[in-house]
Structure formats: C-alpha cells, structure tokens
Ligand binder design. Sequence first.
Ligand code: GLU
Length: 459
Amino acid sequence: MTIRTRFAPSPTGLLHVGGARTALFNYLFARHHGGEYLLRIEDTDRARSTPEAVQVILDGLDWLGLSPDQEPVFQSTRETRHTEVAHSLLERGMAYRCFLSPEELQAQRDQAAADKRPLRIVSPWRDRDLSEAPSGIAPVIRLRVPQEGETVVDDLVQGPVRVANAELDDMIILRSDGTPTYLHAVVVDDHDMAITHVIRGDDHLTNTFRQVQIFKALGWDLPRFAHIPLIHGADGAKLSKRHGAVSVLEFEREGFLPEALCNYLLRLGWGHGDAEILSRDEQVALFDLDGVGRAASRMDYAKLTHLNGVYLREADDQRLTTDLCRRLDLSPDSDASERIMRLMPKLKERARTLVDLAESARFIIERPSGPKDAKAAALLSDEARGWLRALLPQLQATDFSAAAVDQALRTFAEEHGLKLGQIAQPLRVALTGGTTSPPIDATLEALGASEVTSRIEAV
Ligand code: GLU
C-alpha cells in the first residue's frame, strides 16, 4: 500500500504557522514511508476563497519547501461528485430527506438550552414517509447514523478515542440548496484521493466521529487518523496575533529562514531524543507519528529566534547576500552588494534574523549622518578626531586588506601610547555612526579606501 497524506487548508488569507506544521508532518510522514504528499484546497467558502488567498497558501508552502507532489485538488471543482455520492446514500436508504422547518429546528435548540444539554437534532423524517412531506420546504439530506453502540477511532497520536453513537445526530450531508456540507465533501475527497493517513489538528477530532459514519455508510475503507495538538502561545491560549507572528509570510518578513522555522515547528510537539538541529533528510529519516506528543505545545519565539541564528551562521553567504539586497533595495550586482558579500562571514556571526543582518549591513550603503547616540558621540571627542586625522594617511598607505589595516591600527596605537580600542572605537563611530559593527579591520576592508577616506574626513 502506498502511503498518501494530504494537507487540506481552507484559504483564509494567510497560512497559519499551525497549518504549516500540519503540512510539515504530512510531508515528513509521506516521505518517511516512501509515499505521496498531496494538497487539497478546501475552497468551498467562495467569499473567502479568492485567488489571492489560494496563492498565499501555495507561496507559503513553496517557501517552506513543502510544495505537494501533485497539482493541488480544488474542493470546489468536485461538487458534482459530492452530490452524486450523497444521492447514492439516499438511494440505498443510508440517508434520508429531512423536512424539518426552521421553527421546528429552533424549538429543538430552545429545548436543549432549557434542559442544559448539548444540541442533538432528532429528525422525525428518519422514519417518516415521503408522502407526508410538506410542500414548499426544500429538504436537506441527512445521514442515517446508527443510534446504538459506539464509534471508536484508533488515533495514531491520541490513542483510542470513543463516542457513544447516541450522542451523534443525523448530520446533514447535502444542504437544502443542494450544496454538500464540509464534513461530507472531505470524506468523498479523502476517499477519491486514496488518502491513507489523515494528519490534522486535534480541533477536527469531533468531525472525525461524524466522518467515520459517512465512510462506513459508503462501505469505504477508513483512512488512519492522527490528530496533532494545536500550537498555543506562551500563556496557554490558542496561538493568535497578540502572541506574535502567526502567518508564515510574517515569519518570512521578520527575517526567519524557512529551514529554521521548519526545524522549530518539527521540534514543537515531536521529539527524537535530544536532537535539536535536524536537516530535512534527517527529519525524513527519523520522523514518525509515535514521536508526536499529545499535549498542546507552546510557541516560544525566543527559542525560534535563537535557532534561526544558528541556521544563519551555517547559511550560504551568496544566498544571504541576495536576501539582504532585496531587503535593502539594492541591485544584486552593485558594488555595495559585492562589499556586503565580502563582509558576510563576519556579519552573520552576530545576527539572529535576516532583518538584523540587513540592519547590520546598512552602514555599507548609507553614510552615517553623525553619531547615532550619546555613547557614540562621546567617543568622537576632539582628541579622538585628532587621532583619526593622524591615522588616515597611515591607512591610505595600506592596500586596505583586513590584515594590513589591522597592522596599521596596531602600529598607530603603539606609537601614540593608546589601547587598540581607543582608536578602533572612534574609528567605528566615524565609519558607521554606531558603536557596534563587524571587526574594525573587516569593516574597513569592506568599505574600501575612498569610502573610508570620505567618512573620516567628514568627522
Ligand atoms: N480545511 C480544514 C482546515 O483548514 C482541514 C480539514 C482537514 O484536514 O480534514 O482546518
């Protein structure tokens, strides 16, 4: 049997980081077992499912390296098939037309509220003859759910979960306007896509009991289910905007690398011993559902940022430079881009995000308009300016390589009885406006002779 998983997002305008993790688990599980990973866009809510909202999902998955193995299936294109299947259930007596009026439904709701019990619709049309059907009411189609016994789902993460069938009502599979309900569409699609494992958020667990009824009524094989815990914020509430970034695009904008985000999301709720940093290949080799925990995990932005820094230091310099050029609005074949590239090994040592990294490179393209803060201003004392004036010709005598610059600074400091920092710090302020930058020799090398000269002269 070929393992087939699917990620089935509804286009909402963003790809939520929880969805990204669901996609990752589906991807890794399929890869681990040599199977296929599919994408189904659940776009039956026409108002929300704009082409832009769909594109956000496709772009997000592409960025994460989680594009599906086949063209996505659009649920909205399958309506005829969903309707057909609902009618086949009707013909076989597994479903029935229900003519409950809005008033009758309201009465059941009121009664349930008065009795303080959960609403469970009971339709008299389960047993009533169609000849008694009122005119003028378009019926819905309800599944005839068994009333005895229980439904057990042997969930691959949650273990066996059960519900008494008496608690399930005869759910609607086709609305009175003839459109299929979500619960029904998902079952038909999962069957037709030959999905063997449904891996999704545990907020869908209650749907599963109902979907199992539909599978059974149709005589179709059940897929295995794995309901993974949701991601919460630090306070234990469901992750939302007030906790920080939630959309994948936001993480991209805030300067996270996709592989760092994936690694973080994987470790959030799945573990394999102490392994923290895992390449995609290692993830595929090690991932299985038995390593997924049952408790909700908490998003820790600080931990993600730390991990991102680790990934940044390992990342290819050219790739980082290309990203920085985009963030700094710089042509990739500009002189500045080349300078940034040369300085990249030093720049990336300190940065934790690509945004930090871009900011730390900004001095290359923008001349400082003066000291950035009081600390920087204090370093640029009259005495220090005097040293810089004296230093400049000595620098100009070098080839501006880091090694030569370093030597010139050391010699200068020695000659003037200064500590290296006493000359390096004012020099840093003159060149960058601030008190932190990559090592001073590398900073000078990256800026080059004429830029260094102009900036020193300016102060
Ligand atoms: N479309 C559902 C959602 O976005 C997922 C349904 C499923 O995975 O079965 O929450």
